[in-house]
Design a protein around this ligand. Structure first.
Ligand SMILES: Cc1ncc(COP(=O)(O)O)c(C=O)c1O
Length: 354
């Protein structure tokens, strides 16, 4: 399929101070759009100036949330190349989400070509300062102007780009996490493993509660027994217990993070013992009390590795590694960001040049 390109006649001024980019507030000059109609399939792939789109108020996405999205980043290397980190995994996951949401699959190879083309058009928007990146947000929405809960027959696939600042401008700061045992995020059989808006809408109330209690993020427990650890906010979560790295197995209710998979692969390549299994919050608390809870960290595209300095479970406060980042978290952070930014050799074959 050809991608037509219409360049903007009025390029926006690019942000001058890259230390003030923040996250997801500024968008580049162009966006990718493709339509789906029953019968025609995906068609009319185009790169057009970034701007508002016109949808009827009855568009199905507004009412029933039939949509999916993805998130990944492109990084500028010191020698001026632009690298994507495992983008194929994101488009593969988009199709896993599509399948669950009854959205027609996209051609993953074509989606990657479209993304590369879009970034090339907006290449001057890729920020260059240490730790900055170009955030990539692909998404698909049901747009039929029709009420009634059923699969749509018209969809839009779009990709928008946003230059974002360094997540840790002042070095890796461990975060405080609140273990939520009232609200739940997802249950097996539901949509927890899909990246779909409803999961995030459902998480806001608990996030607000944690913020009121001065915690940065929520650690979710399983939706049935509220005993087993699932994930943290927009991150997967890892525990170093007596030298072994333990992370919840992909059980159908948590998102299969690309950073999670990358961390597991790196840890194994270093000879570290990794277990993907059911992990009870009680087991974590017991490990803490016997001095065996060495490190806790989250993994996700935004922060890459986020060390956890404190966990609050039913007002039991666990201070991890003296509230400081531990050696495994630091090594993973340095290795993954090193590969992403081209500072370290990409021994895993994870980067894709734009
Ligand atoms: C709910 C949730 N879990 C985990 C992750 C981490 O996934 P990834 O490493 O692919 O960014 C994300 C972010 O996409 C997320 O939204």
């Amino acid at each position: 399929m050809n991608i037509s390109i219409t360049r903007t006649a009025a390029p926006k001024e690019k942000p001058k101070d890259q230390s003030k980019l923040g996250f997801g507030r500024i968008f580049t000059d162009h966006m990718f759009v493709m339509d789906y109609n029953e019968g025609e399939g995906w068609h009319d792939a185009r790169i057009v100036p970034y701007g508002p789109i016109s949808l009827e108020p009855s568009a199905m996405i507004f009412h029933y949330g039939q949509g999916i999205f993805e998130g990944m980043k492109a990084y500028r290397t010191a020698d001026g190349r632009t690298l994507l980190f495992r983008p194929g995994k994101n488009f593969e996951r988009a199709n896993i989400s599509n399948e669950r949401l009854c959205i027609p699959p996209i051609d993953e190879d074509f989606a990657l070509e479209a993304l590369k083309e879009l970034i090339r058009v907006d290449i001057d928007w890729v920020p260059t300062n240490e730790g900055t990146s170009l955030y990539v947000r692909p998404f698909i929405i049901a747009v039929d102007p029709q009420l009634g809960v059923h699969p749509a027959s018209h969809y839009l696939f779009m990709i928008i780009l946003s230059p974002v600042g360094a997540y840790y401008p002042e070095g890796l700061n461990p975060v405080k996490i609140y273990v939520e045992d009232d609200y739940v995020r997802a249950v097996k059989g539901g949509i927890g493993f899909a990246k779909t808006p409803g999961n995030y809408a459902a998480s806001i109330r608990a996030q607000e509660k944690a913020a009121e209690l001065k915690y940065t993020q929520v650690l979710w427990l399983d939706g049935v027994e509220r005993k087993y650890i699932e994930e943290v906010g927009t991150m997967n979560v890892f525990f170093v217990i007596d030298g072994t790295v333990v992370t919840p197995a992909l059980n159908g209710s948590i998102l299969a993070g690309v950073t999670r998979d990358s961390s597991i692969q790196l840890l194994k390549s270093w000879g570290v013992k990794v277990e993907e299994r059911k992990l009870g919050i009680r087991e974590v608390y017991d490990a803490y009390n016997s001095g065996k809870l060495d490190e806790v960290f989250g993994t996700g595209t935004a922060a890459v590795i986020s060390p956890v300095g404190e966990l609050n479970w039913e007002n039991h406060i666990m201070t991890i590694n003296g509230g400081k980042i531990g050696p495994i978290s630091q090594k993973l952070y340095d290795s993954i960001t090193g590969i992403q930014s081209g500072k370290l050799p990409d021994t895993m074959g994870w980067t894709v040049e734009v």
